[in-house]
Design a protein. Structure first.
Length: 758
């Protein structure tokens, strides 16, 4: 900053002396297991090397997005933590990757010339009585990646550091970088970790890098052509840049208000998104955290706001900025998009049919995309688009936790275009509006494949569309099914049998497929050959041979089952026994030494027996083959954050006993004035409803010798139910009451999906 800093200091070691001391210092550094172990012995040598009073060595803290120093000379300060911002000398060097040579740290005007926010925190001097004067601050870099900062303070002779001292400090930093590199397990390039872990071949990476471009960045090619997930790529970037990877997670992270004050085109061009972190902190997500020029520009725009730096994928950053959110076009906010539709409607009120809105209109595309995105975010199972009469808007309702909720309304002028857009995606005939159609399409949202089944039904107003969301994913674990201990024990006993039929029954949307895959997860082992036939394949598990049936070409469940029997199976899963042929082959397969799992649409376990017999299944074969029938429903659960605890009184205890069965009520161990239950309250997390999420209630009919005799004789449903309860079955209602006492739900929700005689 002045001429004094540019001349050599005669008190400095000669060049030969410097390199001799440096060589000895480096030898000690490499002999140590880590830098932390070595510093205590290196500190005196470094001070001698620069004839300095103090030296601080900061290391990068990847998890806390800061640099920290645990090696401060002196006893009064043993640890300093600094955010990587231009507000401090070390923070500025960490951000800019540029060295500093300052003769007077108290010259605030000189510091402001370097950066408007740059200053010196004199509080450390005031607390310790030490006077900081001249400093050298240099970054510790490996392949432009920041690993730390060296700060050398005050010459012992009272003079100022020189350009020669700065050069020597930078040489020292290079040696430190080699040690830090091994301490931090730093990679040589952004995708080395993918090669190191074996998920990507080096030759494949070189091929993709050769064809990558601004329009098709390498990260997108890695996902498309190398079938890598965002998480895998993000972990590799995190290892290289030594900053956290920020994935695209709009449920948890939202744009910071400051982002609205910056030209969105500039942010898109720079591939930088500003998200809101804890306590209003700005999370700066950038595709290249080594680009100090971009980071300094963004810091200037933040106006001193506390910030954190993260690495993100180019395409995910654009999603945060509202671009390329889904398939094509911006996703935007639903309310904003509807507002745009209203404006268009007002403008085109007198437009002719020839000027009707196109299904390819950007706003329509964004509307459909955003509806799907919000349905995924809200955990909806179905989306209903219901047309209004005349010029009335269409309602969009979503079934969330089993309950339909209206989300938005689509202006009447845009309803035909919206329906056509959905039809095009589903490969349906957009000109056919007089009869029902069904189809499906797949879409990738937030890195997860979402399969959407579409059904259109003509109404007196217009076509109504229902979209069912079939999110692919991993199977639930057996202990996540929330089976009561006795039921879980009996299910596991059934699964130990080498052959037979196990059925999971219930209405559509009751979680049968999830339960079946949880059971398969219990059975899945290298010793077992497992085939599954499903429509569609929603859940995948390694070790299973999963087949998608296609009835349109004659490959239905029965055909798949016949094929499986020729493919040496141990266990077979059939998506549904929907006809006599499938049920007959499944039962025959179990009698020839295979364990067969399947589903059926019935209301209870006892009713399943009579349903199969009504299909024409031989009662003798069925009674011999059937091991057990698990009926289930999904019930809304109390919000875990706000559910309110209370103690039951005598009246409520008697009510629950009557509902459960007076003869079995002792199982509940209800004690008025002592037993605690929970009731719905309401908070922001559950949208003030008091309920969040769903859980299963179950009834397990296990075929015993007594039940087998009843099936032989084609007994009625009440007779089968009575015997099953004697054998240990607890009905859906009884299982639900047990879960009320457990604290999962309340009787209000249980009553909506079960019934009793009370």
């Amino acid at each position: 900053m002045d001429k004094a800093a540019q001349v050599e200091n005669p008190n400095s070691p000669s060049t030969d002396e410097f390199y001799e001391q440096l060589t000895a210092l480096i030898r000690k550094l490499h002999e140590a297991k880590s830098f932390a172990d070595a510093f205590e012995h290196l500190e005196p040598a470094m001070l001698e090397l620069f004839q300095a009073e103090r030296i601080s060595v900061y290391q990068r803290n990847r998890t806390r997005r800061e640099i920290f120093c645990r090696f401060k000379t002196g006893d009064e300060l043993r640890e300093i933590q600094l955010p990587i911002t231009p507000k401090s000398l070390a923070g500025f060097v960490a951000l800019s990757r540029k060295p500093l040579l300052i003769s007077d740290v108290y010259n605030s005007e000189g510091l402001k010339k370097l950066h408007p926010q740059l200053g010196f925190d004199s509080s450390y001097d005031r607390k310790s009585g030490f006077k900081t004067q001249s400093v050298i601050v240099v970054p510790i870099l490996h392949n432009k990646v920041l690993l730390g900062v060296i700060q050398i303070i005050n010459r012992r002779d009272g003079g100022t550091f020189t350009s020669q001292d700065l050069k020597r400090a930078r040489e020292l930093a290079q040696f430190f970088a080699q040690k830090f590199r091994y301490d931090f397990d730093v990679m040589d390039n952004p995708f080395d970790y993918l090669i190191k872990t074996g998920v990507l071949e080096e030759q494949k990476l070189e091929q993709l890098q050769a064809i990558s471009s601004r329009e098709m960045p390498i990260t997108r090619l890695l996902k498309r052509d190398a079938q890598l997930s965002s998480k895998q790529i993000g972990e590799s970037l995190e290892r290289y840049y030594q900053v956290p990877y920020q994935s695209y997670d709009p449920d948890q992270f939202h744009p910071h208000p400051l982002q609205q004050q910056i030209n969105i085109s500039y942010l898109r061009k720079q591939s930088v998104a500003l998200l809101e972190g804890a306590r209003g902190q700005v999370i700066v997500v950038i595709d290249d955290p080594n680009d100090s020029a971009r980071l300094l520009e963004i810091q200037n725009a933040l106006k001193g706001q506390e910030s954190e730096i993260c690495v993100g994928l180019e395409e995910e950053i654009q999603q945060y900025l509202g671009g390329n959110a889904l398939m094509s076009g911006d996703s935007g906010n639903l309310d904003t998009i509807v507002g745009e539709l209203d404006e268009i409607e007002d403008f085109s009120e007198d437009a002719s049919a020839e000027d009707a809105v196109s299904e390819e209109a950007p706003t329509v595309v964004r509307m459909v995309n955003r509806i799907l995105m919000d349905a995924k975010r809200l955990g909806a199972s179905d989306i209903h688009i219901e047309p209004g009469k005349g010029k009335e808007p269409a309602r969009v309702r979503m079934r969330i936790d089993g309950v339909c909720q209206e989300i938005i309304q689509i202006p009447a002028s845009h309803v035909p275009a919206t329906l056509s857009r959905i039809k095009i995606q589903s490969n349906l005939d957009i000109s056919e509006k007089r009869k029902p159609q069904d189809g499906k399409f797949g879409i990738r949202i937030q890195g997860q494949l979402l399969e959407v089944r579409v059904a259109t039904v003509p109404t007196v107003n217009n076509e109504s569309v229902v979209m069912r969301l079939l999110a692919t994913g991993e199977a639930l674990r057996f202990n996540q099914l929330n089976l009561m201990p006795t039921t879980a024990e009996r299910v596991e006993k059934i699964l130990q049998r080498p052959h037979g039929v196990v059925l999971v029954v219930g209405p559509t949307g009751s979680g049968k497929t999830s339960t079946l895959h949880a059971l398969l997860g219990r059975l899945n082992s290298p010793e077992k050959k497992i085939w599954t036939a499903e429509d569609p394949v929603e859940i995948t598990q390694p070790g299973l041979q999963q087949v998608q049936v296609n009835p349109k070409i004659g490959f239905d469940f029965a055909a798949a089952l016949r094929a499986f029997l020729r493919a040496d199976p141990d266990i077979i899963l059939i998506g549904e026994m929907r006809d006599r042929e499938t049920a007959h082959i499944g039962i025959e397969a179990s009698l020839t030494g295979h364990l067969v799992l399947s589903t059926l649409h019935t209301n209870s376990a006892p009713e399943t027996v009579t349903r199969l017999l009504d299909l024409g299944i031989d009662p003798v074969n069925f009674s011999d083959a059937c091991l057990g029938i698990l009926a289930q429903r999904l019930v809304r659960t109390l919000c875990p954050k706000c559910k309110q605890r209370y103690t039951i009184d005598e009246e409520e205890a008697q009510f629950l006993r009557r509902q459960y069965d007076e003869n079995l009520a002792d199982e509940l161990q209800l004690q008025p004035g002592k037993t605690a239950l929970f009731k719905a309250n309401g908070c922001e997390q559950c949208n003030m409803s008091g309920y969040k999420g769903r859980t299963g209630i179950h009834e397990l009919l296990q075929v015993t010798p007594e039940l087998r005799e009843l099936i032989y004789d084609k007994a009625t449903v009440p007779e089968i139910r009575v015997q099953a309860i004697k054998d240990g079955m607890r009905t859906l209602l009884q299982d639900g009451i047990q879960k009320i006492i457990k604290g999962d739900l309340d009787f209000t929700q249980l009553r909506q999906i079960t019934y009793s005689d009370e």
